[in-house]
Design a protein around this ligand. Structure first.
Ligand code: XMP
Length: 509
């Protein structure tokens, strides 16, 4: 299978490069910038990412220089271009001024990298330093008003560099350019796609698991659902899914899962009703972090007990994704970059010594969704909004009680129903109801009321790390407010949260 290595110099866009390459149909992997060149020899080409550093800084991240002697095509992007220039004998000039934003690229030489592109294209820049002298044997392919060396290439070796970012959507022809690099220069074949991934993954799972049984914690989220469907295709009833109903779920959650997994996909799913145990453990607890800890601990107890009853179980399956396992190393003085390990191991039953099966480890979230569709999961499941592990407990402020959960669940299902009706559901990252521990006075008919308040939280986000509140149309908000107050007993006021993240968080607790 064709594959591309992407050396990570700490750019916020490294994962975007990897996704673009895969969208073109070529498998890509992200490696730390310090990877020894021999480890890159098996790839069809190498991309050097951008990054926040300057090649002049004492801690500048520099790669193994031998990578340029592997005979493999190399594409340096932004800082990657500067690294290539610096290591191969050209000159990079320090700059205190960043060039940031759109500009026009004038292409002089179309051969290969810019094949079939017009003479001028819109591009997006974000760089400080710039190349002033090309390394020996290099020539410029394209220029911008600010730089005569906006794109460069070696005259005879397959070495290329771009000062701008072809991976971002603000460079509209960037994907064509990357496709030229992958298909005409690296001579990759389009062998990456979810159909072929599914059949390879099925073989791999069968080889790993043999005749043993596998247990999987089905949460109802996209990742565990897709992992379950994939494992089921590979090993059928050797897979048992455990779904723990902790009493903190959205309305009809057990029924929805039963319909999709048990009725339609004919999978073996055990629904464990542990609502009383969770509510008992949460009684009187108001601190959000304590709520999370109690829920995590109780989940492990319930899950372990049920998993221990499954005969011949030797494996625990998890929906760990690629962003959780990408190796990273500290870049320069940036202490934020540490070696990541996957954090998804919450339910691992220790005593049973289960081995892990993680069939989605190579995939990005958008690929998981495509795979889910490929495996026949319905759109409502594959495009579900994220839902936190501690469930409604962190949306029910103050002590969690059965009465408050009933109110919140009813309000939340109206929110989800209306968002789906108006199609806003698929345009927002998350939209949900929060029950505030505040009662206020109202009039209902001729009577005074003194009831709870529901807050509606709706945000747009790419990854949940930052978010902005959704500018929902007033008519949609009016319908939500009317329906919640008329249909949910115990609520007489609805408010809309207009806080972005930061400074707020998406969840209220
Ligand atoms: P915050 O509230 O931190 O949320 O801005 C960011 C994203 O993470 C989800 N979230 C959680 N998910 N366990 C989870 O599995 C948690 O304890 C948790 N807290 C927040 C939240 O829904 C949002 O998508």
């Amino acid at each position: 299978m064709s594959s591309i290595a992407i050396l990570d110099f700490g750019s916020q866009y490294t994962q975007v490069i990897a996704r673009r390459v895969r969208e073109i149909g070529v498998y890509s992997e992200i490696l730390p910038f310090s990877t020894p060149s021999q480890r890159m020899a098996s790839y069809d080409g190498i991309i050097l990412s951008g990054g926040p550093a300057s090649v002049f800084s004492p801690h500048a991240p520099l790669p193994d220089k031998n990578l340029f002697a592997l005979g493999k095509p190399v594409l340096g992007i932004c800082y990657g271009l500067q690294v290539m220039t610096h290591l191969l004998g050209g000159k990079v000039a320090r700059s205190n001024k960043r060039e940031y934003g759109r500009s026009i690229l004038h292409i002089q030489i179309h051969e290969k990298l810019f094949a079939k592109l017009p003479d001028t294209i819109e591009i997006w820049n974000s760089h400080g330093d710039k190349v002033t002298h090309l390394p020996p044997g290099f020539r410029a392919l394209a220029w911008t008003e600010n730089s005569p060396h906006a794109a460069i290439a070696h005259e005879s070796l397959p070495l290329y560099g771009l000062q701008f970012h072809p991976e971002v959507s603000h460079t509209p022809k960037g994907k064509n350019l990357l496709a030229n690099f992958l298909l005409s220069i690296c001579l990759c074949r389009k062998t990456w796609g979810m159909k072929s991934f599914a059949s390879r993954a099925v073989e791999k799972i069968r080889a790993q698991v043999g005749k043993d049984n596998v247990v999987l914690g089905l949460s109802g989220g996209v990742d565990s659902s897709v992992a379950a469907a994939l494992l089921h295709r590979a090993i059928g009833h050797q897979l048992t899914c455990l779904f723990v109903d902790n009493g903190l779920l959205r309305a009809n959650e057990s029924r929805i899962l039963r319909d999709i997994f048990t009725k339609n996909l004919k999978m073996r799913v055990q629904i464990i009703n542990a609502a009383d145990q969770f509510l008992h453990a949460l009684r009187g607890v108001t601190d959000p972090e304590r709520k999370r800890k109690i829920i995590g601990r109780t989940f492990i107890q319930v899950f372990d007990e049920a998993a221990a009853k499954i005969p011949k179980v030797k494996f625990l399956a998890q929906g760990t994704l690629y962003p959780d396992v990408i190796e990273s190393v500290p870049i320069g003085d940036n202490p934020a970059a540490v070696i990541k390990s996957h954090h998804n191991v919450g339910g691992l039953p220790k005593k049973m010594k289960l081995r892990l099966v993680e069939p989605l480890r190579q995939l990005f979230k958008d690929e998981v969704r495509k795979l889910g569709e490929e495996l026949g999961l319905p759109k409502e499941m594959v495009w579900r909004q994220p839902f936190p592990g501690p469930g409604l407990a962190v949306r029910c402020l103050g002590p969690v009680t059965a009465e408050k959960l009933t109110i919140l669940r009813a309000a939340d299902s109206i929110v989800v129903e209306e968002m789906k009706k108006t199609d806003w559901y698929y345009k927002t990252w998350q939209t949900f109801a929060v029950l505030l521990p505040v009662r206020s006075v109202g009039v209902m008919g001729d009577e005074r009321s003194y009831e709870y308040t529901i807050a509606i939280r709706s945000v747009q986000s790419l990854d949940g790390m930052t978010a902005d509140w959704t500018r929902l149309p007033h008519e949609v908000l009016a319908t939500l407010s009317n329906r919640i107050i008329n249909e949910v007993a115990g609520v007489n006021r609805v408010v809309f949260d207009i806080t972005s993240k930061p400074p707020g968080t998406i969840e209220w607790e």
